[in-house]
Ligand binder design. Structure first.
Ligand code: ADP
Ligand code: MG
Length: 256
């Protein structure tokens, strides 16, 4: 497992994810059909954090699902490491706004679930799950059930479950929007910390948000998503001399 520090990003790196001319049309039964995405192009390179910013209903979650292999777009293609995506892959993990935890499983079991499809043996599953739980700051809560945890801690479980498979790409769909402002800020800072210090074993992040401050704080590039149908209408680059500058309190003051 290689950890690519963000600072090693080069403009010429081969994209991990490429979205080409994606179009998604939903069948709305008697009310006809709805074109949600049209002509969507996007590429995510190693070391990059990209933000997808757009209003509710513009198709952001649909695009994320297509990248994760959870939805086959009506037209166009998604590639992961140059290969067409035709289903979920271990290389790409998703963190959902609603956490999507199993209420009847403990923290440890919820995280281990991420590994079950991989045929990893029980001892190895436990070892990796404990490492992910520790990384994300949930040490000591292994036996707790989701209902015993705060929203912020539940989302940490969601993150641990996403990271336990050692994905190359982490997709996050409004990961902080179900949390109160302070909890969201703490989790965001902890994530940035792990990322900037190269302790999070992933290569690139795509984060969907409708919070411009969050996008500026976290991302190298922000894609502005227009609606009806969803497509990229603008791109903002956030050039920081050092990725670590994101952790500088002064930078935070700037965007709040
Ligand atoms: P966003 O994440 O930007 O809010 P979504 O991708 O969730 O946007 O949804 C875009 C549009 O597509 C919305 O109008 C939504 O109601 C519709 N939609 C999303 N998923 C489905 C689906 N499975 N079937 C039909 N319509 C859907
Ligand atoms: Mg959404």
């Amino acid at each position: 497992m290689d950890t690519l520090a963000p600072a090693t990003l080069t403009a010429t790196a081969t994209p991990l994810v490429e979205v080409r001319k994606v179009r998604q049309v939903y069948d709305k039964g008697t009310s006809g059909s709805l074109v949600v995405l049209d002509q969507v192009d996007l590429s995510l390179k190693p070391g990059e954090v990209i933000g997808l910013l757009g209003r509710s209903g513009s198709g952001k979650s649909t695009l994320l699902r297509a990248i994760a292999g959870l939805l086959r777009p009506s037209e166009g293609e998604v590639f992961f490491q140059g290969r067409p995506v035709d289903g979920p892959t271990d290389g790409v993990s998703v963190v959902f706004q609603s956490f999507a935890l199993f209420p009847w499983l403990t923290v440890l079991q919820n995280v281990e679930v991420g590994l079950e499809a991989q045929g990893v043996n029980a001892a190895e599953r436990r070892k990796r799950a404990l490492a992910a739980i520790d990384l994300i700051g949930l040490d000591g809560f292994e036996s707790a059930y989701p209902k015993e945890l705060s929203g912020g801690m539940r989302q940490r479980v969601g993150l641990a479950r996403a990271l336990v498979v050692h994905p190359k790409v982490l997709l996050m769909d409004e990961p902080f929007s179900a949390l109160d402002v302070l909890t969201a800020e703490t989790l965001r800072t902890d994530l940035l910390d792990l990322w900037c210090e190269g302790r999070m074993p992933i290569e690139s992040i795509l984060i969907v948000t409708h919070n411009i401050e969050e996008a500026v704080l976290m991302c190298d590039r922000i894609l502005i998503f227009g609606s009806n149908p969803g497509h990229v209408i603008a791109e903002i680059r956030v050039d920081l001399p050092q990725p670590r500058n994101r952790l500088d309190p002064a930078f935070r003051v700037l965007v709040e």
